[in-house]
Design a protein around this ligand. Structure first.
Ligand code: BGC
Length: 445
């Protein structure tokens, strides 16, 4: 793990020095921390790996807020069909949400009220300004054509233009940056934001003087102390070269059969999108060897991605001696009978996969901690995503990993559940940006 951390740290450094690196270390143009006094009404649009969400966030300062939201499930087709349709869907949802809430009984949106919108678009985008973002590549199984290499802010604005609504897109935000800022708004000890969900990634605050690749923007002339949140896009660590992370043959199959072979090498060992698939591939291998489910019809479990990562959590938390949850899971979803010994094996296997994911996650966090020198004073790490919030013991295993890397001082680094970054974080960032613009600071960004 220490060897991985050292390589990780070097990679992060390189991403800050030069543009176009595998781990792109994207400056987000979110300048510094929120004051906690940000206030007002904001819209937030959140295009995640699984859902689309529209929120109205009312910030009332002193780290307080209220939020109203509507969630829409994204279908697999929507992730693959032309990008213009995806952005039309986003715009339709925002328009529908506004219409539903204009002058409603709480009077949440007033007729004609101008609203700033923060768009949480959680895919790697390079940014020249905060209200622009060029998609480097889709991740998390998305493949919608005609979006990679294009400015997603422009695509969204074009789609919104059809609705003639008084909404201004103020910022393109990553979910990790949102988690970092929202959590710092309520707990200023927060120094790192991480997402362990369908995908995985982290953000932290960096001194502009350390980001060599943006020297040409001369930001230090305006403020020599300036800091910018960095969206690391660490899921790409070790992509293509596969030099630093130990991979099994199952990891290689997950990679090669994905829509993006070679890419997101770190993410494919950790994120919720892939853990169930790793488990399924091990099971299928044992079926091929004739060790499991002899004489039973196994076609259902042979369907790629049919084994949800949530099943791993369920198997790990089965409280019964007979492992009744596991019996139910295999009969209900796959029509398969299991013996007690098999169920114990499946449970052990899910522990192994979940524990590896958590320990590798600890390596990523440790790389940032070590780079920033946070170990002695300690820091809080705001974490979110289904794996972090729903997988039993994930957080404990991350903490255990940090102690294995740093020794007892690793206890100074504590993860906690992040505030809603993609909703509240996005609103705070919209508010911070508006204030910065009003004060005429870093106007080109
Ligand atoms: C994306 C990141 C995102 C992470 C967590 C990754 O696949 O590239 O932008 O932060 O998933 O949602």
């Amino acid at each position: 793990m220490r060897i991985i951390v050292a390589a990780f740290e070097e990679t992060l450094e390189l991403g800050l020095q030069k543009p176009g690196q595998v781990v792109p270390m994207i400056p987000t143009f979110v300048f510094g921390w929120p004051t906690g006094q940000e206030s007002g009404d904001y819209l937030a649009l959140d295009l995640g790996g699984t859902n689309l969400r529209v929120c109205l966030v009312t910030l009332s300062g002193e780290g307080k807020f209220e939020l109203t939201q509507t969630k829409y499930r994204l279908t697999e087709e929507q992730k693959q069909e032309d990008g213009s349709k995806l952005f039309d869907f986003c715009a339709d949802c925002v328009a529908g949400f506004i219409r539903a809430h204009i002058g409603d009984k709480d009077g949440s949106i007033k007729e004609g009220q101008e609203l700033a919108l923060g768009f949480t678009f959680s895919y790697p985008c390079t940014q020249d300004r905060i209200d622009q973002g060029t998609l480097i590549r889709w991740t998390k199984g998305f493949g919608a054509p005609n979006v990679e290499g294009r400015d997603v802010a422009e695509l969204f604005r074009n789609a919104m233009a059809k609705h003639h609504l008084p909404v201004t897109l103020t910022a393109i935000i990553n979910d990790t940056t949102g988690a970092l800022i929202a959590s710092h708004y309520v707990n200023p000890r927060t120094k790192i934001g991480v997402i362990f969900g369908t995908g995985c990634n982290a953000a932290y605050m960096e001194k502009v003087e350390k980001i060599e690749k943006i020297n040409h923007l001369n930001l230090l002339d305006e403020d020599p102390e300036a800091e910018i949140a960095i969206n690391c896009e660490w899921g790409a660590f070790d992509s293509f070269v596969h030099q630093h992370l130990p991979r099994t043959k199952y990891d290689q199959i997950v990679d090669e059969s994905s829509n993006k072979p070679g890419e997101q090498a770190f993410e494919k060992l950790i994120a919720g999108r892939y853990l169930g698939e790793i488990m399924r591939l091990v099971i299928c291998d044992l079926i091929d060897e004739g060790v499991l489910f002899l004489g039973q019809n196994t076609y259902k479990i042979e369907i790629p991605y049919s084994f949800d990562t949530a099943f791993l959590s369920l198997m790990e938390s089965d409280p019964t001696d007979e492992l009744l949850t596991i019996i139910g899971l295999f009969t209900f979803f796959f029509g398969l009978e299991t013996t007690l010994a098999e169920r114990q094996f499946f449970r052990a296997l899910s522990r192994l996969i979940g524990r590896r994911a958590a320990r590798l996650s600890a390596c990523g966090i440790a790389a940032i901690v070590s780079k920033k020198g946070y170990l002695d004073e300690g820091c809080a790490v705001a974490a979110d995503g289904s794996l972090y919030s729903k997988y039993p013991g994930f957080a404990d295993r991350v903490h255990e990993g940090l102690v294995d890397i740093f020794g007892v001082k690793g206890k100074n680094i504590v993860t906690h559940h992040a505030e809603d970054g993609s909703g509240v974080g996005s609103a705070i960032i919209a508010a911070m940006t508006k204030k910065r613009r009003d004060e005429q600071k870093f106007m080109k960004c």
